[in-house]
Design a protein around this ligand. Structure first.
Ligand SMILES: Cc1ncc(COP(=O)(O)O)c(C=O)c1O
Length: 351
C-alpha cells in the first residue's frame, strides 16, 4: 500500500490549471445557440484556421464531433469503414448505427497503423442495389488503442488521392492530432487538408475540462450545426468552456513533447528488463501499450494489483494494458510508474 497515486488511465483526467480557470472565469460570453458567443466563435475560427478548413463547430465531446462529421458524409443504410481498433467503432457506443442508421466494416491494422491498401481493398464506393455502398473512411491520428501511433502523412495522402475521385469522404478523428503534430513537426493543416472533416479534442492532452471542435467546409459545418442542436449539443454561454480551449492552444501544445519524452523514458526503463512487454520503438507519443501477458499476467489482474500500489492504468484487452502520459504526471511520477511496473512484472516471471 502507498499514499502516492500516479494515474495513467487516460489524458482525459487532468485538472484545469489555475490560469486556465481564470481565463474561463473572465471569458466574454453570449448565447451560442443564437450564434452570439464571441469566445466560442473565436475558438471555432482559430481551430478551423489551424487545420486549413473554412469553418469550425464547438461540441461538448469528441464523440459528438466524430458522429456529426460521419453523418455529414454517410446516410442511413450506407457504410463507413475504419480500422478495427478505431475509437468511432469501439468506443462510441454504436452511435453511427443508433443515431444515423449507418453500417460499418473494419480492417485489421496492427497498432492502428494506416496502410492505405487496407481501406482501398475493403471499400465499395458504389455497390449498386445489392450491397452496401461505402461513403466514408475514418482515420484516427494519433491512434488511441493502437498505442499513440502517428499516421504517416504519405499514407494518408495516398488514400486521399485514390478515394477523392470516387466520392468516398475522409473524416479524421484527430482527438490527439496535437500529439502527432508535436511528434513529427508536421503542420496541423498539412494533415487537416487531406480530410473533408476533422475532429480535435481540447479535453485530452491539452488539459481543458470539456470540448472538441469539428472543422470542415462552410456548408458542412452549417449542416452539422443543425444536427448538433438536434442531438442536444447546442450550448448557451459556452464561451466559459471555449476560453479553456483557447488558453490550452496558447500554453499546452508544445509541452506535449514532455509527455512523449516521459512515455519514452518509462518504456525504456521497462523494456530494458522486459523487452517482450514493451517495444520502445512503438512509443511515438504519450501512450504506451504494455503486453503484460508476456510476463504471465492477465491484464485485469495487473491493473488491480498495480492500483493497490498506487499506479493506475487501463486494460485494453485480456493481456495488454494502456498507460497515458499527461499534464499531471512529472518525471518523479514516471520513475515511480516504471518502478511499480518492473516489480510486478518480475513477480510473475520470477526474475
Ligand atoms: C481517438 C479518440 N477519439 C474520440 C474520443 C472521444 O472523445 P470524448 O470522450 O470527448 O467523447 C476519444 C476519447 O478518448 C479518443 O481517444
Amino acid at each position: 500500500m502507498t499514499d502516492r497515486i500516479v494515474d495513467l488511465r487516460s489524458d482525459t483526467i487532468t485538472q484545469p490549471v489555475v490560469a486556465m480557470r481564470m481565463a474561463m472565469a473572465s471569458a466574454e460570453v453570449g448565447d451560442d445557440v443564437y450564434g452570439e458567443d464571441p469566445t466560442v466563435r473565436s475558438l471555432e475560427d482559430r481551430i478551423a484556421d489551424l487545420l486549413g478548413h473554412e469553418s469550425g463547430l464547438f461540441t461538448p465531446s469528441g464523440s459528438m464531433a466524430n458522429q456529426l462529421g460521419i453523418r455529414l458524409h454517410v446516410g442511413p443504410g450506407q457504410e463507413l469503414i475504419a480500422d478495427e481498433l478505431a475509437h468511432v467503432l469501439r468506443a462510441e457506443m454504436g452511435a453511427a448505427a443508433v443515431f444515423s442508421g449507418i453500417s460499418s466494416r473494419s480492417w485489421s491494422a496492427p497498432r492502428g497503423l494506416l496502410d492505405p491498401a487496407d481501406p482501398l481493398r475493403l471499400m465499395q464506393p458504389d455497390a449498386g442495389t445489392y450491397q452496401v455502398s461505402t461513403k466514408a473512411i475514418v482515420v484516427e491520428n494519433t491512434h488511441n488503442f493502437g498505442g499513440g501511433t502517428v499516421q504517416p502523412l504519405e499514407a494518408i495522402r495516398t488514400l486521399r488521392e485514390a478515394t477523392q475521385p470516387l466520392g468516398v469522404a475522409m473524416h479524421l478523428d484527430g482527438a490527439r492530432l496535437w500529439n502527432a503534430h508535436v511528434a513529427t513537426g508536421i503542420e496541423l493543416a498539412a494533415y487537416g487538408q487531406l480530410f473533408d472533416t476533422v475532429s480535435v479534442c481540447l479535453s485530452k492532452g491539452l488539459g481543458a475540462p470539456v470540448g472538441s471542435v469539428l472543422v470542415g467546409s462552410r456548408a458542412h459545418i452549417e449542416e452539422a450545426r443543425v444536427w448538433r442542436k438536434r442531438y442536444g449539443g447546442g450550448m448557451r454561454q459556452a464561451g466559459i468552456l471555449a476560453a479553456a480551449g483557447l488558453w490550452a492552444l496558447d500554453h499546452h501544445i508544445k509541452r506535449l513533447a514532455d509527455d512523449h519524452a516521459r512515455a519514452r523514458a518509462f518504456s525504456e526503463a521497462v523494456a530494458t528488463r522486459f523487452p517482450g512487454v514493451i517495444d520502445p520503438a512503438h512509443v511515438e507519443t504519450n501512450i504506451v501499450i504494455a503486453d503484460v501477458g508476456q510476463a504471465g499476467w492477465p491484464a485485469a489482474d495487473f491493473v488491480s494489483v498495480a492500483g493497490e500500489r498506487g499506479l493506475r492504468m487501463y486494460a485494453v484487452n485480456e493481456t495488454s494494458v494502456r498507460l497515458v502520459w499527461h499534464l499531471d504526471v512529472d518525471d518523479a511520477d514516471t520513475a515511480f510508474a516504471a518502478g511499480v511496473m518492473n516489480i510486478l512484472l518480475a513477480k510473475a516471471s520470477g526474475r
